[in-house]
Design a protein around this ligand. Structure first.
Ligand code: ADP
Ligand code: ASP
Ligand code: MG
Length: 886
């Protein structure tokens, strides 16, 4: 550890020469404090304690502030103590805790008996305490307090051994629980609030402690009866905040295992973005609605005392983290999405008249009687439904039974649990509703029990069954960004993604069109709109997918782009072709010389019978997805081999309109009819040789295809004739500037693993977009640049007629001024086309050269998939031209 300027060495450690420093007493302001709180993972390893010592010494040296260190128990210890408090395998658990703390002492080069002897005796004595038999709340509180008492004691001893002059204090001398009206006995002991209005005498008394640095416990406080009280799970953050307010601290720093508050739990949503700056109100809302990183009660004390907060990462102490204070600019938009589990819904149906006078008073009086605080409320004329949050209430089955019995006197009661509450938090939620269409559509597929919009306009909450919430957050987070509701481009608020923090930002390769600027400008001379495709990009993507050992065959979904040169390049790379119409089949055979029928797959939707007959006559592999075709057209299918497309019950993908599974989608045989199909096929002598599912397009969860294979392989085992499993396409490409390349390695690893479990089937993929999207650039010419009511628009000579994706799916495509790529003078424009539709917008709020003018050439990036394929002649505008290079 380097020596700090102006500091005096008070001792050195002979073991690793690490040195902690203390300042001359007069260099430090006696009454100026910085509070540093370290969570469980931040105190469980030796190197973390070294970081704690360094940080404390640095605050002393750099800021001349005294330092109060507040610590949690070692990670996992409070869970064990909670089990002990509930009487679960008490002796064994205590023995393990004793052993763990002794071992950690040894790792810290401390003598366990000297440092922790008395504390460990106290822990063991609690098991033999007469109260252990009945486990009253005061005894439970004492049990729970042991974790923080142990960790702070051993931390103080270690830091002293490293040369830091640190004092230990008992938090219960300073934090006093306040009894809130109507609180239950449980919350008065195990989920308390504390007094935190810092008066001068208290501050002076606190400042009299002899050392510059002090350590104390989070989570614990003094009860009215002078016994121990507990601040609730995760409450060490709140202890730090109380101390911060009590001492009028310069800052409260919460040190944890992530570098700040993120736009979603980063462990669940790797693309969650760091929230660099928040005001107290938004931070409060994010914490209350489930972001465990900050205890919900920790914000109010700091806000009331105007103490700024920071959330920082002990593993990566140099990252700037999240700052929370009163001066953060208020930026409209969704900042975070959070989830709380274990929510209990209580639905109460009035048994009297509609809008019966006093009904609400009657029911809420009973919640009060049971000391239960209500979180969300939904109501109609005859029903009121409320939610109970388990972090604020003791919601055991006994409590719920007693509550239900009381409520039954005035209404019909139904308890729905466990539920999950998923909340969008941000400023101005009401004005954002139009940007949430995808989010509503996603919830539309779930059973939503309750929707609640907070009266402060800071949140919108959906309550669904807990099981349905799994996997939903990454999808919703992506939808919030895509729909523009989460303004991630605003770098005053949004920092890097968790993925970038962990892996570093993987620079994306320069797109091919940026290296072929002159050639493209020349193409544009020949007239625009014009698509140009780079075949080298197509070949590279094809090779990358086929270099996946688990994959046996690939069929290119040619609907994405059927340019003959692209079809030939892809077939040469080793792919077959997947067609969805007879015309596509004919185009495939016409475009690719010597294309074998075995290289063609026909997967139509609601096609006429004649197309199936023609496809069988051509010898290609046919996929069907319903029983009706077999029943109505037995002669078409009798004795044939075919593949069956299944609907696995849910859709995935970048937009509602590209999700191809679930009740709302027209594709696939529902699983419930699988057996009926197999029987019908058997009766016609039809051999089902392949099972297929394709649940959507632009799916950014690499584990998705592994799941599809697992599901289909499980079904295939019961059929007996299946040779091939076709897991569809849907691989995404990074359209937006902050998106990362698809994680092919994780995708491959998932497929390898599942193929290992079911090796007997050939594994087939059907990508379209992934192979061709990035190969295509759409060239347009600027027609007019116009300002209207403060909005500047660049008009191009084609819009939704040439590229329908933005209008159809709100899709994002990068748009650049090809002749002015290096221009630094940027301005914000909407880029629009010439079609007489308000929806003819290719991109909104794009930063483009301020000098953009009539005649400039624009390039619309990543337009190789579903670009020309969906182009049309609406308004009698001509179709774009097409060129190929490479
Ligand atoms: P500590 O033990 O340091 O108090 P916690 O486990 O209580 O740490 O809180 C940190 C954890 O909070 C993170 O590891 C992360 O999994 C979780 N978390 C949940 N939501 C968020 C969010 N929105 N931002 C950051 N972390 C979050
Ligand atoms: N140790 C306590 C818990 O795990 C308090 C905390 O860590 O914040 O809940
Ligand atoms: Mg915590």
């Amino acid at each position: 550890m380097p020596a700090l300027p102006g500091a005096r060495v008070i001792s050195t450690c002979p073991i690793n020469r690490s040195v902690f420093l203390s300042l001359e007493a007069n260099a430090v302001q006696v009454n100026r404090w910085v509070v540093l709180k370290f969570g469980g993972t931040s105190v469980s390893r030796r190197n973390r304690w070294d970081t704690i010592g360094t940080l404390a010494a640095k605050r002393l040296a750099d800021e001349g502030a005294r330092v109060l260190v507040v610590v949690s128990a070692l990670s996992g210890v409070t869970n064990e103590l909670q089990a002990i408090a509930h009487g679960d395998r008490v002796a064994g658990r205590i023995a393990a805790l004793v052993e763990r703390h002794r071992a950690f002492c040894t790792e810290l080069d401390l003598d366990p008996d000297t440092v922790l002897g008395e504390r460990l005796d106290a822990l063991q004595a609690l098991a033999t305490d007469p109260r252990a038999a009945t486990r009253p709340l005061d005894w439970q509180a004492e049990v729970l307090a042991q974790g923080e008492l142990l960790s702070s004691t051993l931390g103080a001893a270690y830091l002293r051994s490293r040369g830091l002059d640190i004092g230990w204090c008992d938090a219960r001398q300073w934090l006093t629980a306040v009894s809130l009206p109507n609180a239950s006995e449980w919350s008065k002991r195990l989920s308390v609030n504390c007094r935190h209005d810092g008066d001068t005498p208290t501050r002076e008394r606190f400042a009299q402690q002899p050392t510059r640095v002090l350590i104390t416990q989070g989570f614990i406080a003094r009860h009215d009866d002078d016994g121990t009280a507990i601040l609730g799970r995760g409450g060490s953050d709140t202890s730090a905040a109380y101390f911060g307010a009590l001492l009028g601290a310069a800052r409260v720093e919460i040190w944890t295992d992530v570098p700040g508050m993120f736009s979603a739990n980063p462990r669940e949503v790797p693309d969650a973005r760091l929230l660099a700056r928040l005001d107290y109100a938004e931070a409060q809302e994010i914490a209350t609605t489930g972001a465990k990183v900050l205890h919900p009660r920790s914000i109010a004390p700091c806000r009331d005392a105007n103490v700024p907060m920071a959330i920082l990462d002990t593993e990566r102490p140099d990252l700037p983290g999240t700052r929370i204070d009163a001066s953060a600019a208020t930026v409209p938009g969704v900042k975070a999405i959070s989830r709380r589990n274990g929510i209990v819904l209580v639905s109460m149906e009035s048994i009297g008249m509609w809008q019966q006078v006093g009904f609400l008073a009657d029911v809420f009086e009973r919640f009060k009687r049971h000391g239960l605080s209500v979180d969300l409320i939904g109501s109609s004329e005859t029903n009121v439904t409320v939610s109970l949050d388990p972090s604020e209430n003791l919601v055991t089955s006994n409590v719920l039974e007693a509550l239900s019995a009381d409520l039954a006197e005035v209404c019909r009661v139904k308890v729905i649990a466990p539920c999950a509450a998923i909340t969008l938090v941000g400023r101005g939620m009401r004005s954002l509703l139009h940007k949430l269409s995808d989010v509503w559509a996603t919830f539309g597929e779930e059973r939503v029990h309750l929707i609640s919009q907070s009266s402060n306009d800071l949140n919108l909450t959906f309550v669904i069954d807990e099981a349905d919430a799994d996997g939903l957050l990454p999808q919703l987070h992506a939808e919030l960004i895509r729909g523009g509701a989460m303004p991630v481009n605003d770098d005053t608020v949004f920092g890097p993604s968790w993925r970038e923090v962990v892996h570093g930002r993987v620079p994306r390769a320069t797109p091919w069109w940026a290296t072929r600027r002159e050639a493209l400008l020349e193409f544009a001379q020949a007239g625009t709109p014009r698509y140009v495709y780079d075949l080298d990009t197509v070949r590279a993507r094809a090779r990358a997918l086929l270099a996946t050992p688990a994959i046996d065959r690939g069929f290119y979904a040619m609907k994405a782009n059927a340019h003959p040169a692209i079809l030939r390049a892809i077939v040469e790379a080793g792919f077959g072709l997947e067609c969805v119409s007879l015309a596509e089949i004919e185009h495939a055979f016409a475009s690719v010389p010597d294309l074998a029928a075995s290289n063609v797959l026909f997967t139509p939707s609601f096609a006429p019978r004649a197309e199936y007959d023609a496809a069988f006559a051509r010898g290609v592999t046919v996929t069907i997805d319903n029983c009706e075709a077999l029943q109505r057209w037995p002669e078409t299918f009798r004795g044939r081999s075919l593949w069956l497309r299944l609907d696995l019950g849910h859709g995935e993908g970048h937009h509602e309109k590209v999700r191809t599974g679930g009740v709302a989608a027209k594709f696939g045989l529902p699983l419930a009819r699988f057996d009926a199909f197999v029987d019908a096929a058997r009766r016609l002598g039809v051999r089902i040789t392949g099972l297929h599912a394709h649940l959507g397009s632009g799916i950014d969860v690499p584990g998705h295809w592994r799941e599809v294979y697992a599901k289909l392989a499980g079904l295939a085992d019961g059929v007996g004739t299946i040779e091939t499993i076709d897991i569809g396409g849907g691989l995404p490409i990074p359209y937006t500037p902050d998106a990362q390349d698809f994680d092919l390695d994780t995708w491959r690893a998932g497929l390898a693993e599942i193929k290992g479990a079911y090796p007997r089937y050939g594994l087939v993929i059907e990508p379209g977009r992934y192979l061709v999207a990035e190969s295509g650039a759409l060239l347009l010419t600027v027609t007019q640049v116009i300002e209207k009511d403060g909005v500047r628009r660049i008009g191009a000579d084609a819009g939704m007629n040439a590229l329908a994706r933005p209008a159809m799916y709100d899709a994002y495509h990068g748009i650049h001024n090809l002749g002015r790529l290096d221009d630094m003078q940027l301005a914000t424009f909407d880029v629009v086309g010439p079609i007489c539709e308000s929806g003819d917008v290719l991109g909104r709020d794009r930063r483009l050269p301020a000098a953009t003018a009539e005649g400039d050439v624009l390039v619309v990036a990543d337009a190789g998939a579903y670009g020309m394929a969906m182009a049309n002649t609406y308004n009698r505008r001509a179709l774009p031209a097409e060129d190929v290079i490479g």
